[in-house]
Design a protein around this ligand. Structure first.
Ligand SMILES: [Fe+2]
Length: 249
């Protein structure tokens, strides 16, 4: 169906833009360890802490039982870890700052920086007020997905991820692999969640809502890019002449 194909293509193009110039600075250890907490705190407060609720917003608005079942499975795993991880995913995320010796009290009341707040506002708008399709797209595809969605969808994504010893937090910041519980859980479950997300959206979203969903995805993408600029700068990175991140002078 041509219209559905164009919908999928538009969504994939949004996802292919979910890349940020500063990310290699985080994965190659350029960010000083003393500033890394800013990144983890803002990630936690913009979406990690509330991710099960964001998916649940799609669930309560969805009239299709088949889609609700997939969403319920995702919510259950994220909220409880009952199927794979053994603990709630937001709790497992906290193993990163715990293992890095950060002050965990900071995570109890995190003031969002301005662009982080705008990103969260865009997420809230898309997930609360515009139907299950926008809520599902933004939570289960944009937030949970990566720029590699096309390969995931086509089944050509890399099957063997790098060893945990190569994880940037282990390699550059001295995190023990025992604190990578969330990384391990995601490796075993999130691929299934995202395939289910695509199956739901492509199979059940009404063509009348396609443009609304694409519009929300684009708004969330542009808010995310500004949010990542803000975090990069706060973590001491600027964009060098070659477009790559460098440590601010
Ligand atoms: Fe998760």
């Amino acid at each position: 169906m041509v219209v559905a194909d164009a919908f999928q293509e538009a969504l994939l193009r949004v996802m292919e833009q979910k890349t940020h110039w500063a990310w290699p600075g985080f994965t190659q250890g350029l960010v000083p360890k003393s500033l890394l907490h800013i990144h983890l705190e803002q990630e936690y407060a913009t979406y990690v802490r509330d991710f099960p609720v964001l998916v649940a917003r799609a669930y309560v608005q969805c009239p299709h039982p088949e889609v609700r079942r997939d969403l319920a499975e995702n919510i259950y795993e994220e909220e409880t870890g009952g199927m794979v991880a053994g603990r709630p995913h937001p709790e497992l995320f906290m193993e990163y700052p715990r293992g890095l010796g950060m002050d965990l009290r900071r995570f109890q009341n995190i003031p969002l920086m301005p662009a982080a707040q705008a990103y969260r506002d865009a997420i809230d708008n898309a997930t609360l007020h515009h139907g299950w399709e926008s809520a599902a797209a933004v939570s289960t595809i944009f937030i949970e997905g990566t720029s590699n969605e096309r390969a995931e969808l086509e089944g050509t994504a890399r099957k063997n991820p790098p060893p945990l010893s190569e994880h940037p937090l282990v390699k550059h910041y001295g995190l023990s692999e025992s604190h990578l519980a969330l990384t391990k859980a995601h490796r075993s479950v999130e691929g299934d969640h995202r395939l289910a997300a695509w199956r739901s959206l492509l199979g059940y979203a009404h063509p009348q809502c396609y443009s609304l969903v694409i519009d929300h995805m684009k708004r969330v993408l542009s808010a995310w890019l500004a949010y990542r600029d803000e975090v990069a700068h706060a973590c001491g990175l600027v964009q060098g002449a070659n477009g790559r991140p460098v440590v601010a002078a």
